[in-house]
Design a binder for this molecule. Structure first.
Ligand code: ATP
Ligand code: MG
Length: 209
């Protein structure tokens, strides 16, 4: 089974996420992509993050008609700080497959700050998607010494454990959750930035007002 795992805050999920996942799925012939909304401690005043189960429900509604997309409540159910390494090990064991962790270039730039970066690259492959406003950087700039464990490979890099970093250029869609939250707050339209069912749910529950 070819398994993609797409982590994020998804506050809320938008068409930038969904189109990106669709292009990656097609490009790498994934059987399934699992969206994993992360748990965030409720510092609402600080981070403006909506409660986990609401973000989960928004993702659920957005992907319900696409059988190859799935959502996992693993990180939100666990609560506490979300460590991607745990999620990836859990999904690897559940599906008996080496997961491909999907993330945008802006998120990949931060990877050296993640918990147990080195072990991450023994558990999963990484798919790095282009994103407007963020340039691709040399691996050494992003992950320092760990970069030496990788060799150049088709479309990216590979390490001794045969775990890959694959770069994918996707249709640039300059959409972000933070812009959507801002627009919502200002009472502006978010139509055509999120799926209709997401817009309806956000309105109904008055989530970003
Ligand atoms: P925020 O503005 O709140 O940070 P966001 O739009 O960046 O929200 P996240 O939930 O932070 O959304 O992103 C989850 C993952 O999706 C990250 O890896 C991010 O790089 C990627 N991503 C988000 N939007 C896009 C986009 N428009 N194009 C490509 N990748 C994206
Ligand atoms: Mg982000």
């Amino acid at each position: 089974m070819r398994l993609g795992v797409f982590g994020g805050t998804f506050n809320p999920i938008h068409l930038g996420h969904l189109r990106a996942a669709e292009e990656v799925r097609e490009n790498l012939a994934f059987d399934k992509i699992i969206f994993v909304p992360s748990f965030i401690p409720p510092h609402k005043d600080l981070y403006d993050v909506v409660e986990g189960h609401k973000r989960l429900e928004i993702v659920r509604r957005a992907i319900s008609e696409y059988p190859y997309f799935d959502v996992s409540s693993f990180e939100i159910d666990q609560g506490g700080k979300s460590y991607s390494i745990r999620t990836l090990e859990h999904l690897r064991d559940t599906y008996n497959a080496t997961p491909y962790f999907i993330l945008g270039q802006d998120a990949f730039d931060e990877i050296s700050t993640w918990f147990d970066t080195k072990r991450l690259f023994s558990v999963a492959h990484f798919v790095v998607m282009s994103r407007p406003g963020t340039e691709r950087k040399p691996l050494s700039k992003i992950m320092g010494g760990i970069a030496d464990t990788f060799q150049t490979d088709e479309n990216g890099f590979v390490n001794k454990l045969n775990k890959k970093i694959v770069y994918i250029d996707i249709t640039p869609l300059d959409i972000s959750s933070s812009a959507i939250r801002r627009m919502s707050k200002q009472g502006r339209s978010i139509t055509f930035l999120v799926p209709p069912e997401v817009e309806a749910y956000i309105k109904q529950e008055r989530i970003y007002t």
